[in-house]
Design a protein around this ligand. Structure first.
Ligand code: MN3
Length: 223
C-alpha cells in the first residue's frame, strides 16, 4: 500500500466517483472519500504528531500494536488507523466491471468452503445485515482458511491476524443518500461492484503468507 507511514494523506481513488453508478451513487462516493476518510486521516495524523515512536510504524503495524498500547491511545489508534486502513481496503475493493462473480483460485476456494458462490453470497449478506450499528463485514483467510467475519466500528480483523480478502462498509454513511435505511438493498447493489480481480490478488497474498508462516513453524528447531 502506498503512503503507508505518517504523515498520512488521502490518496485518490483509482476510479472516478461516478464509476459505481447506478449501484453506489456519485455523491455518496465523494462524501465518503473526501470527508469521512479525510477525517480519519486528519485524526490519525493528530494522534501521531507528538509520538515519534509510533510514527515509525506502518498503518498495519499501528493496528496490530493497538492491544499493547495504553488504553486511551489504544482506542484512538483502533478507531483512526482502523478507519484509514478499512476505508482504503473497502474503496480498493470496488469497481464497476462486467465480472459479477469470482474466478480462478478464489472462486474454487469459495466453492469448496461455502458450497457455491450463491451460497457464499447469502451467508455474506446475512453477516453484513447482522452488524448492529456501524461496522464492516469481511471475507478473510485465517491461515489460508476462508471465513466471513464482522467487525464493529472501525475495528479491523488484521488486529487479530486475519488476512482480509473482501470488505463491505455498512456504516450508514455508505448508503443513506441512495438506499436510505435499507441496508439490504445496499448490500445487493454492492455485490455488483466487487473488484474480483483485487479480491483474487488479496486471496493469493493471504495464501502465500499462510504458507510462509507454516514453513517458519516447520523449520523452528525442537528443543
Ligand atoms: Mn465509511
Amino acid at each position: 500500500m502506498k503512503n503507508d507511514h505518517y504523515p498520512f494523506i488521502n490518496l485518490p481513488l483509482h476510479y472516478p466517483y461516478d464509476a459505481l453508478e447506478p449501484f453506489i451513487d456519485v455523491k455518496t462516493m465523494e462524501l465518503h472519500h473526501e470527508r469521512h476518510l479525510q477525517t480519519y486521516i486528519n485524526n490519525l495524523n493528530e494522534v501521531l504528531k507528538t509520538r515519534p515512536q509510533l510514527q515509525k510504524l506502518s498503518l498495519t503495524q499501528l493496528i496490530r500494536s493497538a492491544p499493547r498500547l495504553p488504553r486511551e491511545l489504544q482506542t484512538a489508534i483502533r478507531n483512526n488507523a482502523g478507519g484509514v486502513y478499512n476505508h482504503r481496503f473497502f474503496f480498493d475493493g470496488l469497481e464497476n466491471s462486467s465480472a459479477r462473480q469470482p474466478s480462478g483460485s478464489l472462486a474454487a476456494a469459495i466453492d469448496s468452503r461455502f458450497g457455491s458462490y450463491d451460497n457464499f453470497r447469502e451467508l455474506f449478506k446475512t453477516a453484513a445485515l447482522s452488524v448492529f450499528g456501524s461496522g464492516y463485514a469481511w471475507l478473510t483467510a485465517d491461515r489460508g482458511r476462508l471465513s466471513i467475519v464482522t467487525s464493529p466500528n472501525q475495528n479491523s480483523p488484521i488486529e487479530q491476524g486475519l488476512c482480509p480478502i473482501l470488505a463491505i462498509d455498512v456504516w450508514e454513511h455508505s448508503y443513506y443518500l441512495k438506499h436510505y435505511n435499507v441496508r439490504a438493498d445496499y448490500i445487493s447493489d454492492w455485490l455488483n461492484v466487487i473488484n474480483w480481480e483485487m479480491a483474487e490478488k488479496n486471496y493469493l497474498a493471504c495464501t502465500a503468507r499462510a504458507m510462509s508462516l507454516r514453513e517458519l513453524q516447520n523449520t523452528e528447531p525442537d528443543d
